[in-house]
Design a binder for this molecule. Structure first.
Ligand SMILES: [Zn+2]
Length: 345
């Protein structure tokens, strides 16, 4: 648990942070925000930072940030269960709570249920804050709000009680109901610069080589970087993906032939590897398309690469020679992906 204000730990999101700090200082914090941008770039930290500033016991009017050290501030930090100990800061997320806690028999496998909204929001939003400052609801992956849950939330979102604020977080804001979106004020979060991802990994104790490699492959999100920097995850399924992307980034012809040579040894492993590669490109595509700052050409190139990989998987299923499938895929991917990975063609 840290004693610095949570907002000061948000990195490389200066525009968003400035908007929020100004609103806090002016006493004009909106009652419903939608923080949108790729997963793992600081949206949740900023939401907690805003909540902390709102509940802080020592923040004087006109000040833009929490003190970070009062009892309310300390309790605004996330616990190991990924909730907070502050009674006025409520976190909603699919399957975060045991079913019985929210009046259900079955776990929430599909979406954030109306039960969660009823138990955690509607039952509480009607009353003022416990400690008198503000009441904040943070919704992780808000696009997972079920239709009935979202509809139940609408009226409260539009006219929440005094001092009540909602912060919806989403990497796929297009999947939210338009009626929900239209009731929120958008704050955009971009993907992180490679240098920020690397610095954060180093702070978490990753060694220099791992941090450099993971940052280069993480497409600007800590979520991807953490997977990439985890040696156990690396050793398994994603090794092929990283080998391919690394070889493409460095434009090594020889590595393409090596990968093809290895591929012919185990066809079912290659099948799984191609699925993993398709998945990695899909994630990257999502990160690119949710970030307005990235050139649209990148997303097109990655979509093209994704189609190439699925086509190769089909060819493999159609009994084509695995070595040739990988060889031709590697060189096609290299041409289409190098510019999107920030490399000259
Ligand atoms: Zn405080």
């Amino acid at each position: 648990m840290s004693a610095s204000p949570i907002m000061s730990r948000v990195r490389s999101q200066d525009t968003a942070v400035q908007v929020l700090r100004r609103a806090v200082a002016a006493g004009s914090v909106h009652h419903a925000y939608l923080f949108e941008g790729p997963a793992g770039v600081g949206k949740e930290l900023a939401a907690l930072g805003l909540a902390q500033a709102l509940v802080c016991e020592r923040r004087a009017p006109g000040e833009s940030d929490a003190c970070g050290t009062c009892s309310a501030c300390l309790r605004a930090n996330l616990t190991h269960d990924r909730v907070t100990r502050h009674p006025d800061i409520t976190i909603l997320e699919r399957a975060l709570y045991e079913p019985q806690r929210i009046g259900r028999r079955t776990p929430e496998s599909q979406d954030i249920s109306i039960d969660q909204v009823r138990t955690l929001v509607l039952a509480r939003a009607a009353f003022g804050p416990h400690e008198g400052r503000a009441k904040v609801f943070i919704v992780r992956r808000a696009e997972e709000l079920g239709t009935s849950a979202a509809n139940a939330l609408l009226k409260t979102l539009e006219e929440p009680g005094d001092k009540t604020h909602f912060i919806l977080l989403s990497a796929q804001p297009g999947d939210l109901l338009p009626t929900v979106r239209s009731r929120t004020m958008r704050v955009r979060f971009g993907s992180l610069p490679e240098s920020t991802v690397k610095a954060l990994l180093l702070e978490q104790g990753k060694d220099e080589a791992v941090a450099t490699r993971a940052a280069a492959l993480a497409c600007g999100t800590m979520e991807e970087a953490m997977v990439t920097a985890d040696p156990e995850l690396l050793a398994g399924r994603d090794a092929f993906v990283l080998d391919v992307l690394d070889a493409i980034t460095k434009s090594e012809r020889g590595r393409g032939y090596e990968l093809a040579e290895q591929a012919k040894k185990d066809k079912s492993k290659l099948d799984a590897d191609l699925v993993a590669l398709a998945r990695a490109l899909h994630l990257r595509l999502r990160a690119e398309s949710t970030d307005a700052a990235r050139p649209a050409a990148n997303a097109r190139r990655i979509a093209e690469a994704f189609a190439m990989v699925t086509e190769s998987a089909e060819n493999l299923a159609g009994n084509n020679n695995p070595q040739l499938v990988v060889e031709s895929l590697y060189f096609k991917l290299r041409d289409v992906l190098r510019p999107a990975l920030g490399q000259p063609r």
